[in-house]
Unconditional design. Structure first.
Length: 249
């Protein structure tokens, strides 16, 4: 019986963590360039000694734990905005931006010009340019009509001001979400993009499907409630044994 209690407890903890992930995805339905997270579960069979496997043993000793999460890297929809400093990525590339925590990557191309004349994100993070065209750091944007080519070249009034740098990552690279649309990547894992291009005057929506996200959230909530009831039943039975059966021994 204690194995069943621990199995329910492990399952409830896993579903509670999954609930946080689902809620986070829903909260970012309207976050530009957001990449949803998906949960990975693993099964852990608890054994105190070698036994012959049977259905009852598997049912009471099979603990479900949350192994981790991974990013869903499928593309979101491109939505025209008409803003010349809004840029969407076609392909698997990412913008590189400099944040207080160092270089991070994002698909959010909602850019603007700072008070110092540099291209920054809506959060004020510096958008990194091509160091071959400019000194290390960002892109200085003079006053005038801006044009951004598919290869990232940014021109103002027909004169090249800089180039927006794009990076791609090899399949399997661990990208960690840091909230919103910012991602952290292992040092040196980003390579100059070869298969991505930019589309000016558009932004990429979150890739979270609202209907699927709501269904997932409801399912996780119901599983958590079921496991909570199971723990309550086990606890009630433990108390009955302790108060009724043990005194008779």
């Amino acid at each position: 019986m204690d194995s069943g209690f621990y199995a329910a407890c492990a399952g409830l903890r896993a579903q509670s963590l999954a609930l946080e992930v689902s809620a986070h995805n829903l909260a970012n339905l309207n976050t530009t360039g957001f990449r949803g997270q998906q949960t990975d579960f693993q099964s852990m069979l608890a054994k105190s000694r070698p036994t012959v496997p049977n259905l009852l043993n598997l049912a009471t000793n099979n603990f479900s734990v949350l192994e981790g999460t991974h990013l869903d890297l499928t593309a979101g929809n491109l939505q025209p905005t008409g803003n010349p400093l809004d840029v969407a990525i076609e392909g698997g590339g990412f913008f590189a931006v400099y944040t207080p925590n160092g270089v991070r990557y994002t698909r959010n191309g909602s850019f603007q010009v700072s008070s110092t004349g540099q291209l920054v994100t809506s959060s004020g993070d510096l958008v990194l340019g091509d160091p071959a065209l400019k000194d290390k750091g960002g892109i200085n944007v003079p006053a005038g009509a801006a044009s951004i080519a598919s290869d990232g070249t940014l021109s103002v009034n027909g004169a090249v001001a800089g180039s927006i740098q794009l990076f791609e990552f090899a399949p399997g690279t661990m990208l960690d979400s840091e909230g919103g649309s910012l991602l952290a990547a292992p040092a040196g894992s980003g390579q100059p993009a070869q298969k991505s291009m930019l589309k000016q005057g558009a932004l990429e929506s979150s890739n979270v499907n609202p209907i699927s996200a709501v269904v997932t959230l409801i399912g996780v909530q119901r599983e958590a409630e079921m496991l909570q009831r199971a723990m309550s039943l086990f606890d009630t039975e433990f108390n009955r044994i302790a108060t009724s059966d043990l005194p008779k021994v």
